[in-house]
Write a protein that binds this ligand. Structure first.
Ligand code: ZN
Length: 224
């Protein structure tokens, strides 16, 4: 029997495979996978007042402020469902303030575990800086795993290129920002006794197995 209603947060550098793992875990435990982007889009689609504010920031490409991010998440949870049924948060909380506020939003439904998928910076740089993407269909390749014909997409024949934000310089900047914002979050969850660091090196299946072992090992067996 699986565990029901797990409440998880996934942390990890950009390129650590967080989104992929969150999707797999959401399937395994049958709980909602909540990425900040999804929650934002849903608020915008519903046209709530906070959704309209999010839209404004997304239109101008500005970072959505903590206070608004928290309101969106709070409203999403208030609709019922995920708090009781379980969820996996991916990309949230992104700042210490968001982590602190999340504790209030969750009142009575504490997080089971916060998983930090640890991948060495050199690996991330290789993964992302080596990535090439089809401009037409979005299929991804790697410099070590190129399409069959030149840099022409195997799927659709489109041009396969490096995206501007995948250059080594751009990735280094993103990693620097991530580190600055995330160290305090990691310390926060460490103090709460919720943090588990999982080795994110290796293929997706291996990482998935490590995550499942940590999660299952930390959840009260009466919930199975
Ligand atoms: Zn393509």
């Amino acid at each position: 029997m699986g565990i029901s209603g797990v409440r998880l947060v996934l942390l990890g550098k950009p390129g650590a495979g967080k989104g992929t793992q969150a999707a797999l875990l959401s399937q395994h435990y049958g709980v909602e996978h909540l990425s900040t982007g999804d929650v934002f889009r849903s608020a915008v689609a519903q046209g709530t007042s906070v959704g309209l504010e999010v839209q404004r920031f997304m239109d101008t490409g500005e970072l959505v402020p903590d206070e608004i991010v928290i309101r969106v998440v709070d409203e999403h949870f208030a609709e019922g469902g995920p708090l009781e049924d379980g969820f996996i948060l991916d990309g949230f909380p992104r700042t210490l303030v968001q982590a602190q506020e999340l504790e209030k939003v969750l009142a009575g439904h504490p997080l089971d575990v916060v998983l930090d998928i640890e991948v060495p910076t050199e690996t991330i740089l290789d993964r992302i800086a080596g990535r090439r993407v089809c401009v037409s269909c979005g299929a991804t390749y790697h410099v070590n795993k190129a399409p069959t014909v030149d840099w022409t997409c195997d799927v659709c024949g489109g041009d396969v290129v490096q995206r501007d934000d995948d250059t080594e310089e751009a990735v280094a900047t993103r990693l620097e920002v991530y580190g600055r914002q995330t160290v305090p979050i990691i310390e926060f969850y460490e103090k709460l006794g919720k943090l588990v660091v999982v080795n994110g090196d290796g293929d997706g299946d291996e990482v998935q197995e490590r995550l499942l072992k940590e999660i299952d090992g930390r959840i009260d067996p009466t919930r199975r």
